[in-house]
Design a protein around this ligand. Structure first.
Ligand SMILES: [Zn+2]
Length: 322
């Protein structure tokens, strides 16, 4: 680990983080984790593993957005399934049989485009118990999560309709329960509640896309996946103010420059304000896009104007034990 005065760290997964290392200013702490410990994330009692730390553009080594909640060696939750998830999923040792639920933040390709390959893979897993897939409802421009699944594997209309038993109760494949979450309803909506695992969804603003953030609790640990969200996601901040999550996972997608798509993403200053208002114990940045990566020093400084907790930069396969 290279020590510097401030508290921004780099988590490296599969590939060396030379891009970040060279981009970081002397005020920044850069921490590089080795590949073996990252891939061994499943050995942790409770951990988040970022499978894919990229966004929608294939201009880096990163897979699209996807994350695993590991609990006692099992991949209980998959959060998002962007393009490239399939490869990282295998590298991390994820077993489809272990999922309690798959949670989609929204139906952009960098978050949901890799789902079909995972379902196809799951058909070989001999899993027979049900599986919940939760995601946003639809609007005029976007399908609901259930309509999306129907378009992928529906018996009549699905592109890969040979997988339709997922939706039609065949013992050869896990029966899916698809939940469309109301994105017009304010506040937290509980979608999973068992002794060791509670999941709530909350609608966020992502321009014209029905979109969600997820709050995941296990014991006294809390992780918030903010998803793609703009500064107009006011309810997200209000509802979660001072909630002190152990990890707040937000997206490194835009800079403070003029002309950035602020209707889609929070800029770094807004990320800092949000992390401060929620009182995140640790802020993790993922969903890296080159325009932000290339300005990482300025991004970090804008976040640090209001948030003075630790900031970690995720790479593919980065592991965050809880
Ligand atoms: Zn995205």
């Amino acid at each position: 680990m290279i020590k510097y005065p401030s508290r921004v760290s780099q988590f490296s997964g599969l590939l060396a983080a030379s891009l970040f290392l060279s981009a970081c200013s002397p005020e920044i702490t850069v921490e590089t984790k080795n590949t073996d410990s990252d891939i061994a994330c499943k050995d942790k009692a409770l951990a988040i593993q970022v499978l894919g730390s990229g966004g929608p553009i294939a201009d880096d080594h990163r897979a699209g957005a996807s994350n695993i909640l590991w609990m006692d060696g099992k991949a209980k939750l998959l959060i998002d399934a962007g393009g490239g998830t399939f490869v990282r999923y295998g590298q991390a040792g994820v077993d489809f049989k272990e999922h309690d639920a798959i949670l989609l933040t929204h139906l952009h390709g960098d978050h949901a485009g890799g789902l079909l390959a995972l379902l196809n893979n799951g058909g070989f897993s001999k899993r027979t118990q049900g599986l919940t897939i939760a995601g946003p409802d639809g609007n005029d421009l976007f399908p609901s999560t259930s309509a999306y699944l129907d378009s992928l594997i529906g018996k009549e209309n699905g592109a890969l309709r040979y997988l339709h038993p997922y939706l039609n109760d065949n013992q050869a494949l896990p029966r899916l329960t698809v939940k469309d979450i109301d994105t017009r309803q304010p506040g937290l909506q509980n979608i999973w509640n068992e002794k060791q695992l509670k999941v709530d969804a909350i609608a966020v603003h992502h321009l014209d896309v029905p979109a969600l953030a997820y709050v995941i609790q296990s014991g006294d640990k809390t992780v918030i996946f903010a998803g793609d969200q703009s500064f107009l996601s006011e309810d997200f901040v209000t509802q979660l103010a001072d909630s002190k999550p152990d990890l707040l996972i937000m997206h490194n997608a835009i800079t403070m420059d003029d002309g950035q798509p602020r209707g889609l993403h929070r800029d770094p200053k807004s990320i800092g304000e949000t992390a401060a208002a929620i009182d995140a114990q640790t802020l993790v940045l993922t969903h890296h896009m080159q325009r932000a990566v290339q300005a990482q020093d300025a991004v970090n400084e804008a976040i640090a104007e209001t948030y003075n907790g630790p900031v970690l930069l995720a790479d593919d396969l980065s592991c965050f034990p809880l």
